[in-house]
Design a protein. Sequence first.
Lengths: 316, 200, 347
Amino acid sequence: MSKQMMLEVTEVEPLTPLVTRFRFEHPEKAPLPIFSGGAHVVVEMPDGEMLRRNAYSLISDPNDASGYEIAVRREETGRGGSRYMHSEVTPGTRMRISVPTNLFALDPRARKHVLIAGGIGITPFLSHLRQLDLLQQPFELHYAARSRDEAAGLKLLPKSARIHVQISDEGNRMDLGEILTGQPIGTHVYVCGPEGLISAVLDVAARHGWPKGALHSEAFASPPPGKPFTVTLAKSGRTIEVSASQSLLEALEAAKVEIDWSCRGGACGRCETKVAACDGQIEHNDHWLSRDERAEQKKIMPCMSRFTGAALVLDL
Amino acid sequence: MPNTSFSPSIESRPTYAGLVPQGSAPSIMIADAEGAEAIMDLAERDAAVLDQAHLIYIPKGAKFGSKLAELGAKGYHEEASLDAAMTLINRLLGSAHMGTQLYLAGSEGMMGRVSALALSLGLPLDAIQMEHRGSIGRPMQCVHCKGVTQDVTTDPFTCSHCGLTLFVRDHFSRRLGVFQAVCVDAETPGVVPEIQEITA
Amino acid sequence: MTLQFNDETFRGDYSYFNTEHAIKRLPFPFDRDEYMYSVNIEAHPGGPKGSPFEFRFDVDEHYVSEMKDRAITLDDDPLRCQSLPHMELAGWDLLEIIMVSKAEDYPNLFTLHRDGNRWHWINRPLGIEQRFTFLDPTTLPCGPMEYITRQTQGDFALLHERDGNLWMDAGMVTSQADWSLDFDIGMNFFEWHAPVPKAKQMGVFDKALKFLLAMQQGQSYRRLNWTMTVNPRLDTSPENYHKWGPEKRTITPENVGRKQHLRIELQSFWRLPRSNAIAFPIRCYLACLEDICTQPKWGRRLHRVLRDIDPTLAEYKGFAVNQDMIVNYLSQFDDGAPTSPGIFPDA
């Protein structure tokens, strides 16, 4: 759960045909809490009957308290959060924004930081770069995008010999083996982007003998839509309907059931909920529970996971 | 004789998982006394581990030097003491790349000191493999004078630096690579419990 | 509120004393007549006017003398203040929180002017005036954490969050209950708590860590902890154990009321913005048994708590060897009457 602020949208700028930058400021121009590189905020979107909350990385300068900026990629197959941002939000719109939280911080002990971004995964690195500049720490950034049109970060990246852009339309691909070989002791690696990129980096790193302690990743997962389902709350006996484009967490929140949460993308573990009874199949879409925990079906991550079957009773 | 099994203790007491070969990746191997046998066992499981390995051995009276020299490491270095070896170890760790494996085998004193150095150079803890063999003597730091007494096998013992009588704690600092020792008769000077041998 | 600062010592002649005002506002750590560990966390600041919970960083009559004692301890042993190199940004975060809070909460005592990164700090009680550039350590006489904690009561630990754990990577520790910063710096949450008996099995640390990791900036928290000390001594470090340890054996039935002290820790927890680290201040309040027993409810309660406490805890909290004398002394204040719930003394 997070403290929230009511902020006003002051700028809406398309960076590419698919990606738009939004800037938020305090309505009375009061300073906003400063943050650390890699932090995200959760934006509340009242979309008709649905109240959506999506997490977005902050791309603005962590030390600039005058405003927060995010970059949102329009996803046609999602539940509508990004579509809402692109179609409903204009300068002057007021929105509830959470205080920044950081689940993808730089490790300040690192002798060097290797940043690997794919597509919209460039966003957290934009605030990281400011932090690295302030702290004057060595880094290299590798940014892969399908086309220059899609490379939303290009407009926002500083010119630097340490930033390498690979556009696959132009025949350039990232050579992970090369990037992950010969790095000095004390280097840390950070990857953000599509699932495929993240697994590839972690896989190549493992094969090259990198210890897990030096590898960090952030996946931009948002809850997948699915068939509607019903859950029962053990303590009150209430039944909650989860609609096709609503996550279980959103349905619980709409029903005023308090659940702790943070990343809303299945990575941080905060919303872990005990299952009292399960007659059916939980669709675990998170990255938090272990394989054994998933098989046992005694726990569920409401932010991402869904259910099909006869009955799911939550210990709430 | 396999990896020593230490009895369950407090959270900060290190345990040693034993060495697992990681193929022919570049590696730095450091062993003292009976730790040599752990390296030999490792090589038996996968001879490729020696291909790009620098192997440093501090015999401390044990007789495994010639066997280790024959294993075919890229570089074999026999050193008179850990102190003497530290110059080379510093150089090898400092110039290593990420992906280099670190295998340590032998006494807690050697493993504590070398892993502390590796951590300070930025190597994450999960890149350091350790296996305990041989004497269970511990490196004990006197919390009063900060001096370290090596290979302590009794509890209590006398600080080799300031002379206080100290009791042995399981509380261990990875940063320093030592266990903590505290004055045993602070409240009742001269009244010291019976000396006992430390057990695993 | 005109605060008078005591001129007192925490070593040697031990001239430390509590005024009646200080005694009444003590953060007495027992809310019931028995004690066991708990994750007893509440939001902070927030509490009755005049209580140590009202402001973010409580300043009391012991402020000036406590800082003098800290300076002596640091001269004798500079290793009591250490910051691993990567924690400098966290040190700045801490400096900012303390300066901003104290200037707002005690405007008569502290002033902070900020012009961008050019800061001007005035500490009237300690007679300090400092102009410096925020984030530039060359403009301060020492690192930011050391600088500000030499002017703030209580010990401080700065915890770095990584690998789903918290690591004590910086600290100023001169009033600790018998643990060594030099030894523990670099340890994670479970490791530095390793010597605490029973708590691990109770799952107290798992719950506490989970809570701390979930903390966000903008909302801080506190809890109370306690130990016992003979004499109003702040420096009860393991390093000096062979110096203060013998004092533990000088308690007699005649002096126990004045020499045996309850040492209360008001711990607070803060998420820091730039470093994403967690600040963990441990503010220490000392009061002898005689002082505490001027409040009838506390006299009754303390007797019952210390009489019935788990023996392993009595040992760990540092008073097992004197427990009989302590309990006997306190029994005169316990008439068996019921005590009201909560920590505050009855009016």
